[in-house]
Ligand binder design. Structure first.
Ligand code: GUN
Length: 290
């Protein structure tokens, strides 16, 4: 069994980006500038956005955090998005999801300039991705693909079962892994909450990508020997520690790992890859602005 070490690979990628940024600086060029818009005080979102901004600093990017109160109106958020679109200093930006209930998420995502949409959530980018055209690929699926590529995991013709059909992970990874190329060329089944007999699918899967958000959902009796496990779940489970919670994935790691040929841990698997690929997209955005 081999651990797919997202922490290590994400550090390699960040190092590669940092070296490229240093060269840009040496040539007197503008360095990439990422902005993040956060509305409200959701604990997990605060952690993610804080980490994204901190990592920018570490690798030599400029970064801007725009933290708006929970009761920010949709109109005000849209005005902020327009300001970011018009600001030539900003190469790419994200609007952290989920947004508060009173804001129409689709309306906001549609307002983002596709050339600055480093999340790859705008329909122009998502459509281009689905059609094998150059676009921004959403960071989490992009991170999964990169992890599979760098560990040389054989995906060609393999039965890949994706659990979860979210716009951020399940849907895009099912498209990407069915495309031609490295870490792709797979035979993909997209399963979700209405799937009947899920176990029949997972038991026959060569590769499982779980993006469900239910702790310890995937058990040993649901997988076959030699399976490749990509655990995208990041759930905060309350406990008596100082933090008040611990982080766990969708996969019962202790049970499933002995049967797996490759497995991502949580934390330290897909999570750190997401941030690295967001930075990669921001670097691409900077280059494409030229
Ligand atoms: N919420 C959970 N994941 C993501 C992400 O990748 N980007 C944004 N903007 N919000 C998220």
């Amino acid at each position: 069994m081999e651990i797919l070490d997202g922490k290590k690979i994400s550090n390699d990628i960040k190092q590669e980006i940092a070296e490229e940024v240093a060269k840009m600086k040496d040539r007197g060029e503008k360095v990439p500038h990422l902005a993040a818009v956060l509305v409200g005080n959701d604990g997990a979102s605060l952690t993610y956005v804080g980490s994204k901004v901190r990592t920018c600093k570490k690798i030599g990017f400029e970064s801007t955090l725009i933290h708006l109160p929970e009761d920010t109106s949709e109109e005000k958020l849209l005005a902020q998005v327009e300001a970011l679109n018009a600001n030539p200093e900003i190469d790419g930006y994200i609007v952290q999801l989920p947004l508060p209930k009173h804001i129409n998420e689709q309306k906001v995502l549609l307002a983002v300039d596709p050339s600055k949409d480093v999340d790859g959530f705008h329909p122009e980018n998502f459509g281009k991705m689905a059609l094998d055209m150059v676009s921004f690929i959403p960071a989490t699926p992009y991170g999964i693909m990169e992890l599979l590529r760098r560990y040389d995991v054989d995906t060609t013709g393999k039965h890949t079962v994706v659990i979860g059909r979210s716009h951020i992970v399940g849907r895009p990874i099912s498209i990407l892994m069915s495309q031609k190329g490295k870490a792709a060329d797979a035979t993909v089944t997209l399963t979700h909450s209405r799937t009947q007999n899920l176990k029949e699918f997972t038991k026959n899967a060569d590769i499982i990508v779980s993006a469900l958000g239910v702790p310890d959902f995937l058990k040993a009796d649901m997988v076959k020997e030699g399976v490749v496990i990509i655990d995208v779940g990041i759930t905060r489970v309350p406990d008596s520690s100082e933090k008040g919670y611990y982080i766990t994935g969708d996969v019962d790691f202790d049970e499933v790992a002995p049967k797996a040929s490759h497995i991502t841990p949580v934390p330290g698997g897909v999570g750190p890859m997401t941030i690295a690929m967001l930075l990669k997209n921001t670097l691409l955005a900077r280059k494409r602005q030229n």
